[in-house]
Structure formats: structure tokens, C-alpha cells
Design a binder for this molecule. Structure first.
Ligand code: ISL
Length: 572
């Protein structure tokens, strides 16, 4: 068989630069700060650093609104520092993955400024401009070309008085969507990507890349986009347009073209990961089938949607069994072709220890390490989000004024206009807001946790006094030490990277168990996702003869699986 790609035994670490480490006292993390903290990454043993956007940006969505693709925002530093980061990472055997945000630009990007300047502009067609609905005046309620709801509340269409037309923005109004139907747009993006690869970056994490192909054709291809209205969303005047832009008609063609124009034939070990909300297992098989040359792996969203009701703000209790069913399907679906990416945390999700684990003082450490073991022993490439390796938890937001994220702020505003109960909205924000993941990394127990000498842009979690990197670094029982072990295990044991996955006890409510098998090496992984102790040998008799490989609690009683205990045993 062909040699497995290098990223099958790699672990990726995500840095959200604004909250990682500040080096100049302005309260916002920067490249200088990342350069100071590379020892932390080396000590953890990660292989790749994925850097969330550092490009020039008005920061309407913390850098996911880019106004210049080929420079660094002074907020974060300079291109010279980015070059320095590439060199420093490579010297330590690590790689740099840049964030590629090309579904949309900032409205302050020169491309959009030009596009907006006139319907006759040669760049008009680089974005999605549409007239008001037949018979309605632009700007009137309901005159939007389609009824789609934006990810960040309100319509996806913003009216432009000057030209009497609307432009499309799936996210904030300051994030107009690029028109990938236009070949000149695609070539401009590919040229920019080649420029970064020539500079030495090792690949890209591609933001909402499964949304770049949109179906806005009307009957006979006429641009009367209202034919694409989506099903109504209860409680709003808007609809769900996702059928017209999630994995749209030309998505595979575009990604294959990008591969050909940017990556094919390039020397070096590159990595591409497509962020794909709403992607199905069946689509993911196509995206990650090496023979199709699209992307190496995708981020899917099924498991982080299990506690969503009608929206992410309608928080539902999470059944561990549905988590098993979901992960199990993805493991099976991408077993013979394709590849999984594995994540709990990122900058868009609440902290996993608070959401899937148990962040009470008694079980925080054990549930953080249990969840980590579960994830890292799956087949796929694990991603660690900054602070996850320290057991960082959700922030205790007291009032709505504490939130900074555009999604949270817009949601609160919209909910108030709709007459919802402010206390209930605050409760949902506390659980689900993306700002939970965006508080500064807790480096030590000092007042701003070693993150900044100034005032942090988002406050440090008060729990940093006890939960911080300095306290954990030399503690063999820490969350940090456990992550170090899991990462080393993937490097050392081919079965962790490449073994076949088989789910055990699919109907058990609390115990998540599976095997990984490669030739005659078999690992049994058992994780107790609850406060209830179980007799392990009753559940899984073959655990009795297992030899200890790794665990998150001291190896005391082989018969008993304690609350939030995780064990990896060798049974082959
Ligand atoms: O967090 C979400 C809202 O509930 C997701 O829908 C999120 O917006 C989606 O995962 C896309 O995320 C990516 O693109 C966004 C950006 O705000 C996110 O930070 C980014 O990860 C727009 O660029």
C-alpha cells in the first residue's frame, strides 16, 4: 500500500491571535506574542500551527473580514514577523497553516469598494448584486432578492441606495460574498494563495469553503433570485437559504480547480482543511477522496449541532448517545476513502469542558482529560484550540454588555426587537456565545494571566488563578501533561493514526467505547462520560486482560471505571 500522508499522525494547534499573547501592551494578542510562546507549542508536541486571520481588516468579525489578503494588520504586527514565524516554526519541525477566508471579503476591500462604485464597474460582477423584488421599492420590507437569513441575524441582503441594488452577505453586512462564478475572482484568489505558499506557508484552513458555489439562477437562468426563497424560519420573516449555498452546484469543480491551480505538483508537505458547516458524510467522502484532488480533510459540524434546537440559541440537553451515533457514522463513512478532522473546541464554539464535559471543580480536570482521550484516539487528525490543553472553561458573563462578538451582539439586538425575554437570551448567550472561547489564554496566575501588561480586549477568566499553564507545566497529573501524552502516543503508535475504528456498546448512555486495530495491534478505548461509576469488566469482559497504555486517572482498580475516567488498553 501507498505510504500514509504525514498528517495522519499529526496534531494541529489553533491560535486565535487576538487572545493568545500580547507583546506590546495594547491588550490584543499579536505575532510578537506568538513568537514568544513557541516553546509552549514545542513542549506540547504539536506538528502544525493553524493561525486564525492576521490580515488587514476592519475587525468587524475579528479578522474574518479581510481588506487586504497579502499583508498583516498592524494590530498583529508585520509581514517580516510573519516570515520570522514561518522560519521559527520550520526550525522546530512545525508547519504553518494560514486561514483562507475567500467566501467573502471585507466591504472595505478594494475589490468591493470598486464593485460598489457603479453598476458599470468591471468588478461589479465580483460580488452578488441583485435588484429588489419585482414591483417593490429597494429598501422596503420584503424587497430583498431572497428571504435568506444571515448567519449573524437579519437578511443576507444589504441595500445600496446609490445603485438601487442589494448585495449578498451570508455573514455580517461588512462581509460581502465573492461571486465565484466569475473566473477572474477565482484566478485572483489562486494567485494570492500561490503567493503565500511561495512565502513558505504550509497550507490553508479554508473558511466556509463549501459555501463558495451558490445557486442564484432563476427560471431559465434569469437573475430573479426570489425563486430561491428558502423554507420560513419560525418566529422570523426570513427563510433558510442553505439549500442554495451549502455544497452548491459547482463546489467540487471549484475545489478541484483550486487544487490544480494552487497545490498540484508543489514540492513539500502541504495540508488543506475545508471548514464546511452543514456538510454530510456523503459529501465529505467526495471532498476528501484523494483521487478527486479537492481537500485533505474537512471540518464537519454534526457533533457541535447536537445541542441546538431550532437555532444554536435554542439550547437542548445533549445525549451522549447521539454523540456516539454521530462520531460513529463519520468514522465509518470515511473509513475506506477520505479522512476525518477531529475537534471539540475552536474560536466559534463554547468550551467543550463546559459543554460536553463537567466543569464543576470536582470533575473539571477529569472530564477535560477524558474528552481529550476520546477525541485523540479516533481515526482522523486532532485539532487542539488554544487553552483547551489547559482545561479552559466558559466565561461567567454577568451582563449582555460583556459580549464583543458580532454574532452575539446582533442576536441580542434582534431578539430584543422580537420581544424575547432578555434574561432567557442572556442565559443562551452564556452557554453558546463564541466569546466563551475567545477570552485570553491563561498563562499564569497574575492579574491578566500573563497575557498582557495592558487591559485585555476581553477579560481574563477569573478562574485563571487556579487554571493556568504555569501551574500545569510540571504537574504530571495536569490536563496539559495529559495532552502531551496523547500527542506523543499518536506520533509513536501507528495504530492510533491508521488503525480501523469499531464502535462498542453503541446503546450505552454513558460509556463510550471502541477499538482501533492495525494488523495484530488492538487498542481498546473506554471513556466514562458521566458521574456514574461502572464495572468495566461487566460491560467489556475483554478489558480484563488488557495491558495499560494510557489513562487519565491513576491505575488503581482495573475492574472499575470511575466517573469521567478514560482508559486505553492494549488487547491485541
Ligand atoms: O459560529 C457559528 C455561528 O453559530 C458558525 O455558523 C460559524 O459562523 C461558521 O462556522 C463559519 O465560521 C467561520 O466563518 C465565519 C467566522 O465568523 C467564523 O469565525 C469562522 O470560523 C465568517 O467568516
Amino acid at each position: 500500500p501507498e505510504e500514509a500522508p504525514w498528517w495522519t499522525n499529526a496534531v494541529v494547534y489553533q491560535v486565535y491571535p487576538r487572545s493568545f499573547q500580547d507583546s506590546d501592551g495594547d491588550g490584543i494578542g499579536d505575532l510578537g506574542g506568538i513568537l514568544q510562546r513557541l516553546d509552549h507549542l514545542a513542549d506540547l508536541g504539536v506538528d502544525v500551527l493553524w493561525l486564525s486571520p492576521v490580515y488587514p481588516s476592519p475587525q468587524a468579525d475579528n479578522g474574518y473580514d479581510i481588506s487586504d489578503y497579502q499583508d498583516i494588520d498592524p494590530l498583529f504586527g508585520t509581514l517580516a514577523q510573519l516570515d520570522e514565524l514561518i522560519t521559527a516554526l520550520h526550525a522546530r519541525g512545525m508547519k504553518l497553516l494560514m486561514d483562507l477566508v475567500v467566501n467573502h471579503t471585507s466591504d472595505e476591500h478594494p475589490w468591493f469598494v470598486e464593485s460598489r462604485s457603479s453598476p458599470a464597474s468591471p468588478k461589479r460582477d465580483w460580488y452578488w448584486w441583485r435588484p429588489p423584488r419585482d414591483g417593490l421599492a429597494g429598501g422596503d420590507p420584503g424587497a430583498e432578492p431572497t428571504n435568506w437569513q444571515s448567519f449573524f441575524s437579519g437578511s443576507t441582503w444589504e441595500y445600496d441606495e446609490a445603485s438601487g441594488e442589494y448585495y449578498l452577505h451570508l455573514f455580517d453586512r461588512k462581509q460581502p460574498d465573492l461571486n465565484w462564478e466569475n473566473p477572474a475572482v477565482r484566478q485572483a484568489v489562486y494567485a494570492m494563495m500561490r503567493w503565500w505558499l511561495d512565502r513558505g506557508v504550509d497550507g490553508f484552513r479554508m473558511d466556509v469553503i463549501n459555501m463558495i458555489s451558490k445557486d442564484l439562477r432563476g427560471r431559465d437562468g434569469a437573475p430573479d433570485g426570489h425563486l430561491h426563497d428558502g423554507p420560513p424560519i419560525p418566529g422570523t420573516a426570513l427563510g433558510d437559504g442553505s439549500a442554495s449555498y451549502i455544497c452548491g452546484p459547482r463546489i467540487h469543480e471549484f475545489l478541484n480547480e483550486m487544487h490544480r491551480e494552487v497545490f498540484a505538483g508543489r514540492p513539500g508537505a502541504l495540508l488543506t482543511v475545508g471548514e464546511m458547516p452543514g456538510v454530510t458524510v456523503e459529501e465529505a467522502r467526495l471532498f476528501t477522496d484523494p483521487a478527486r484532488a479537492e481537500v485533505d480533510m474537512v471540518f464537519q459540524f454534526e457533533h457541535v449541532g447536537l445541542d441546538h434546537g431550532s437555532s444554536k440559541w435554542d439550547v437542548r440537553p445533549l445525549r451522549m448517545r447521539s454523540l456516539k451515533a454521530s462520531f460513529g457514522r463519520w468514522q465509518a463513512g470515511l473509513a475506506d476513502v477520505g479522512w476525518n478532522s477531529l475537534y471539540w473546541d475552536n474560536h466559534d464554539q463554547p468550551r467543550a469542558v463546559s459543554r460536553f464535559g463537567d466543569d464543576s471543580p470536582e470533575f473539571r480536570r477529569d472530564s477535560a482529560t477524558c474528552l481529550a482521550t476520546l477525541l485523540h484516539l479516533h481515526r482522523g487528525t486532532p485539532y487542539v484550540y488554544q487553552g483547551q490543553e489547559l482545561g479552559m472553561a466558559n466565561y461567567p458573563f454577568a451582563t449582555v454588555d460583556g459580549f464583543r462578538d458580532v454574532e452575539s451582539v446582533n442576536h441580542f439586538g434582534t431578539a430584543m426587537v422580537a420581544g424575547q425575554d432578555p434574561a432567557a437570551v442572556l442565559t443562551a448567550l452564556r452557554r453558546m456565545s463564541r466569546d466563551n472561547a475567545r477570552t485570553p489564554v491563561q498563562w499564569d496566575g497574575s492579574p491578566h494571566a500573563g497575557f498582557t501588561t495592558g487591559t485585555p480586549w476581553l477579560p481574563v477568566n477569573p478562574d485563571h488563578v487556579a487554571w493556568n499553564a504555569a501551574a500545569q507545566r510540571d504537574d504530571p497529573s495536569s490536563v496539559l501533561a495529559h495532552y502531551r501524552q496523547l500527542i506523543a502516543l499518536r506520533h509513536e503508535e501507528p495504530v492510533v493514526a491508521l488503525g480501523d475504528f469499531a464502535m462498542l456498546l453503541p446503546d450505552h448512555d454513558d460509556v463510550y467505547a471502541f477499538t482501533r486495530t492495525l494488523d495484530d495491534r488492538v487498542l481498546l478505548v473506554v471513556c466514562n462520560l458521566s458521574r456514574t461509576p461502572y464495572r468495566l469488566t461487566d460491560l467489556l469482559p475483554h478489558a480484563r486482560d488488557g495491558r495499560w497504555v494510557l489513562g487519565n486517572l491513576p491505575d488503581e482498580d482495573p475492574e472499575l471505571l470511575r466517573p469521567w475516567e478514560a482508559r486505553v488498553l492494549s488487547i491485541g
